[in-house]
Design a protein around this ligand. Sequence first.
Ligand code: SF4
Length: 451
Amino acid sequence: MSRKNTAAAQKSVAIQNLGCSKNLIDGERILALFASNGFSVASDASLADIIIVNTCAFIKEAKEEAIDTVLEMGGLKKSGRCKALIVSGCFSERYRGAVKKEFPEVDVWAGVDDWGEILSSLIRDGLGDGGAVSPSMQGGLGDDTGDNVGFKRVLSEPLSTQHIKIAEGCSHKCSFCVIPSIRGKFKSRSVDSIIQEADWLYGQGARELILVAQDTSFYGRDIGANLVKLLESLLKSTDFPWIRMMYLHPQFVSDGLLSLIAAEPRLCRYFDIPLQHISDAILASMNRSPLSRGIYKLIERIRTAVGGAALRTSFIIGFPGETEKEFGELKNFIQFAKFDKLGVFPFSPEEGTQAYAMRPRPKANTVQRRCDELMSIQQEISREILEAKVGIDTEVIIDRISDDPDFNYEARTRADAPEVDGRVFVSSGDFEAGRITTVKIIGASDYDLYA
Ligand code: SF4
């Protein structure tokens, strides 16, 4: 087929990515598969022939967001150009059997391995360029981890910071979590394929690389590798000045990892470790380890081994059996640990998990009050930590031009991950996005810094 014919028949595809950075990467890979099969990518869904809603179904709010977005995008079949609406991701994997009838506007409910077939039928129906589906597509998204289809992605985040998925699935059995039943067991990508993708991302302009997986610290256990070896290879084979990891599990933060982070300035001294709770009773019924003693020890190990470490964690509030006693333990722990960053989530009972049947559940207003109480303790801790940085010269990465007219740029320190942590508002200088530079901190608010 000539280029001219292909261009004349070219159809466009847009994606709405919901949920976490791991889902975002899946969405970028899906777009790349469409692009390599002759589709153009539209950033505005109302101008697209095909709309994909790439969903999350981790907790109640994520499911609600998925349903709202599907309905909103379904409306574009009447008012926009859309001829086909596809729903993919965790919500589709989990509920497609049950909800198909309720969403007649949805044309395709996709699973992770269905993309080859979906593309073939879109093309058959005249919604492609009329060519054949490329051979690399025919197994869908390959082996789930990205190794088969390579690392092709249509990047959607600011180019300077990019996430990279190093594994898929999870082999832990936290009693509240649906991920293992949706995504299957933990499967590591090969070191080579990660290095190849990282190198490509650097070539696209990325200067901060963020490693993600359901449990990043578990990397390699299924393929005779480990996270330390992967990091050493990344340091040797790529030029990223900042490398960060998200989602470490408290059980698998090894001394080797701490030593490497302490010794290697390109690795951010940033520890994102979702702890979920501190009460032994609650941790045991969550099926989590270590228990509280091990967690207190871990905090001490990190702070002893890695000077200036920034700690981020998250907790589930209102898990079945959480009384004022267990909640009190959590408050004491937060005051002791003084996390740099903290997130709290109300317990969301998910069908198909062990915790779904557990009782007693604290009342919704009690859960909200506990969440508010923890966040107000954290607000003071965060302000104290940030105020101590005023007057200090700090390295930042420039993310973007600031929307706030009082400042030139929004940036981040090594202690801040994009989206979830604070920002540094910079009021002078002449920078492009992705530039790593040193600024003087001149002010602090509860969660942000000014430079
Ligand atoms: S570690 Fe636990 S909470 Fe995290 S994905 Fe695995 S099972 Fe779910």
